[in-house]
Design a protein around this ligand. Structure first.
Ligand SMILES: NC(=O)c1ccc[n+]([C@@H]2O[C@H](COP(=O)([O-])OP(=O)(O)OC[C@H]3O[C@@H](n4cnc5c(N)ncnc54)[C@H](O)[C@@H]3O)[C@@H](O)[C@H]2O)c1
Length: 292
């Protein structure tokens, strides 16, 4: 897809952070954007802020629930008669950090419910109708360096959920090609080129009470401001989220399966990890590896 003018794009989790950057880049490129997000007040503010940039609307949606996703898809097709671009971007951090053996059942349920099942529910609700349209279209699933090339030991549940996103997207992309469709799928890795100043660190704001953590964390939690300071002393800059969104659109124009701001740099990390795995070795990541 080269031209986004007049295309209908749905961005889940687009009320803030990376999704908001994607929505803004899409509007800039002439697409009609529907933001599906669980946080109504923030969604309303974002739709109002972006309103001057093009045709944008919001639908309160909880991607973890198939009925909510189904209503969202119905509303999109009723209002716009199409969906050409589906960005499965809604995600949660998993609830702090923990040694792999210290996650609780509800940490798994919540994180996988949003990050993995949410993506699956959206594909199930939108893709059959996108296929029926018979037009060119894309499904772009937001993964993470944790799911593709740098799984941090203290983020096991989140990393596992994002690995599921990456692998599932590979299945989806191959199915689109094998079934001779006009749809394509890509994995979006937003991180790796700067500090992403989003609200992922505060994902717990959207955690449903019935999936609350059963007990306090046993492990010392990261302090975001401290992490930010450490990264900045190493020269890491705060990333521009709209530029990140533009890079995702560029990845689509180029027909890439892996999309990131700096494909060469993320590709290099993936190859280093794959080489080790191919030799049967552990791709080592030090405890504080990311901050070195
Ligand atoms: N921030 C990073 O460093 C980083 C790095 C790599 C990947 N990611 C991924 O990028 C995506 C966006 O995260 P972000 O960093 O912008 O965080 P964010 O918290 O700013 O944005 C996430 C959005 O998802 C929404 N959301 C949460 N649960 C939802 C649900 N059940 N249904 C619908 N919407 C829901 C939130 O309201 C929010 O608007 C996530 O998938 C995240 O895992 C983030």
């Amino acid at each position: 897809m080269q031209d986004f003018t007049g295309k209908v794009a749905v961005v889940t989790g687009g009320a803030s952070g990376i999704g908001e950057g994607l929505a803004e880049a899409l509007l800039e490129a002439g697409a009609t954007v529907v933001i599906a997000d669980i946080e109504k007040a923030v969604l309303d503010d974002t739709v109002e802020r972006l309103g001057g940039k093009g045709e944008v609307s919001g639908i309160v949606t909880d991607v973890a629930h198939p009925e909510s996703v189904g209503s969202c898809a119905d509303a999109v097709f009723e209002s716009h008669g199409a969906c050409h671009l589906l960005f499965n971007n809604a995600g949660v951090g998993g609830g702090g950090i923990a040694k792999p053996w210290n996650w609780t059942p509800n940490d798994w349920n919540w994180c996988f419910g949003v990050n993995v099942f949410g993506m699956g529910h959206c594909v199930a609700a939108f893709v059959p109708r996108m296929l029926e349209m018979g037009e060119e279209g894309w499904v772009v699933n937001t993964s993470s360096s944790d799911g593709g090339f740098q799984p941090l030991p203290d983020l096991g549940v989140y990393a596992a959920s994002k690995a599921a996103v990456s692998t599932y997207t590979e299945c989806l992309a191959n199915a689109f090609v094998n079934e001779d469709t006009k749809l394509r799928a890509a994995v979006f890795y937003p991180g790796g080129n700067g500090l992403l100043e989003t609200r992922l660190w505060n994902s717990g704001r959207n955690r449903p009470p019935e999936l609350a953590r059963e007990r306090p964390h046993l492990d010392k939690q990261w302090d975001y401001q401290e992490v930010k300071k450490q990264l900045q002393t190493k020269g890491v800059q705060v990333a521009d989220l709209v530029e990140l969104g533009r890079s995702a659109l560029q990845g689509i124009r180029e027909g890439r399966f892996i999309i990131s701001l700096d494909p060469a740099a993320s590709g290099e990390l993936m190859m280093r990890r794959a080489e080790k795995i191919g030799r049967g070795e552990l791709p080592t990541i030090k405890r504080d590896g990311i901050f070195e």
